[in-house]
Design a protein around this ligand. Structure first.
Ligand SMILES: [Zn+2]
Length: 453
């Protein structure tokens, strides 16, 4: 008689509401078939992670595999995800050379995910600067998990600013699909004026990145997108708030009947303006790091349940684009996939909070917003057997261990002490990381359609 389960993994099982000490997760095929406490049931294979934490595989709701390298970036960024305990990536649409602006481009990108990814991926879609609204139903039918639009223009083709009338029309159309729309929230005119003035004064040192993108640039954008959310009934989501005020504004608009939410990236829970002075280009991201007092207000928002979820906004640039003497010439974006789980655990543990918050904000909530829950983001019977195993201890994050291509092996967290490391990652019942080596092959990952609307 064959064992009832293919595999049993033992350890302290962390869900969104509790920690099951000396627990187990039993797997049949690709799926969690049982979980419990105490002596594990018979299985063809038993893997002993006693004393370690078994979390749901993280669901990173916001990252960019292909903004600097094009779709080949999927292969290497997803290797970092596997090493970082991230089993589902929700990848942004602003790809080189072509953004995901219609169903045909989406189909091409899905092909790349299925051929090259090491972890599962959901995909965002976007619209062209003009004339793109008609593509919205086709993108939704193609299975994207969310839309992404921007109030700020990085590039008129790849990452355009969507003007107010077009955004309003897009929100109306997106509301019909039931999908959320995430917005890059920075005010174009304010940032352009402040940047031009800084350049004219020869102020190109790192801190000027923060000074030219002040809090008001974010909150003005937050207000305009949420007014349009109220008008159109669309679910409008701040793609990244570096400010507690962004979450407070979202809450205020919810009180008025809006579907308005916001997300924090992990850097806004720990990095400050001092860090961009220290890191220079390697600390440049948009929105920028804020003050230490703002970081504390962000934590108050998280603990008060005002933040939808916590993501990385992983956007790797080759190191030569991050070490230019002019801060304005450096690429905006951090690496963060491989450090996500150790850092989130450390931040929570240093503040005396339970890792259940990590299961909530880095797995369940992001999976729910992207319509992937409970297939993803949960340790529950019937869910995909996606697991992130953390070993507690005293570790130091080393950028040399990053699993991306050599020019992407840099991290703003290089040298930071971590209270955990990712000892193993499991994707749909198969081990994809053993603590030192990525075991998954390109193409192990799958495209995950949005499951619910
Ligand atoms: Zn982003």
């Amino acid at each position: 008689m064959s064992a009832p389960f293919d595999r049993v993994i033992t350890g302290d099982v962390v869900t969104s509401d509790s920690i099951i000490r000396d627990g187990y997760v039993a797997i049949r095929g690709e799926t969690i078939a049982a979980l419990g406490q105490g002596a594990p049931p018979p299985a063809a294979e038993t893997i002993d992670h006693s004393g370690k934490l078994i979390l749901p595989g993280l669901v990173d709701g916001h990252m960019h595999t292909s903004s600097s390298t094009g779709w080949p970036g999927i292969e290497t960024a997803s290797r970092c995800a596997a090493a970082g305990g991230v089993t589902t990536c929700c990848d942004m649409p602003y790809d080189v050379p072509q953004s995901v602006t219609d169903a045909a481009v989406l189909a091409d990108k899905i092909g790349w995910v299925e051929r090259t990814s090491h972890v599962d991926m959901a995909l965002y879609g976007t619209i062209k600067k003009t004339g793109g609204v008609d593509a919205i139903p086709g993108l939704a039918a193609g299975g994207i998990s969310a839309f992404k639009l921007s109030t700020y223009e990085y590039d008129p083709v790849r990452f355009p600013r969507i003007d107010h009338p077009t955004m309003l029309a897009a929100f109306r159309e997106i509301a019909k699909t039931g999908l959320p729309v995430a917005i890059h929230n920075e005010d174009q005119e304010l940032v352009e004026m402040l940047t031009a003035r800084a350049r004219a004064e020869g102020r190109i040192e790192p801190i000027m990145h923060c000074r030219t993108r002040p809090p008001l640039a974010e909150t003005m954008a937050d207000l305009e997108i949420f007014e349009m959310a109220l008008e159109t009934r669309a679910h409008v989501h701040i793609a990244h708030s570096s400010l507690a005020r962004g979450f407070e504004i979202a809450e205020t608009f919810r009180g008025m009947g809006g579907q308005t939410t916001g997300e924090a990236c992990i850097q806004y829970l720990c990095m400050t303006e001092d860090d961009i002075v220290r890191l220079a280009g390697k600390g440049k991201c948009n929105p920028p790091f804020r003050t230490a007092a703002e970081v504390e207000r962000m934590w108050q928002c998280l603990l008060a349940d005002k933040i939808a979820y916590v993501s990385t906004d992983h956007a790797p640039w080759p190191i030569e684009r991050k070490t230019l003497p002019d801060i304005f010439a450096c690429g905006a974006g951090l690496t963060g996939l491989q450090s996500f789980a150790p850092l989130m655990f450390s931040l929570l543990d240093e503040r005396g909070h339970s890792p259940t918050l990590m299961a909530t904000y880095c797995a369940e909530r992001s999976a729910r917003l992207h319509g992937l829950w409970p297939k993803k983001g949960a340790i529950r019977v019937g869910a995909d057997a996606d697991l992130c195993v953390l070993e507690r201890g005293d570790f130091v994050f080393d950028e040399a261990a990053i699993q991306d291509r050599p020019e992407m092996r840099w991290s703003p967290y290089h040298g930071r002490r971590m209270r955990a490391r990712v000892a193993a990652t499991w994707l749909r019942g198969a081990q994809i990381w053993d603590g030192t080596t990525v075991l998954a092959k390109p193409g192990t990952g799958r495209f995950i359609r949005r499951q619910t609307h």
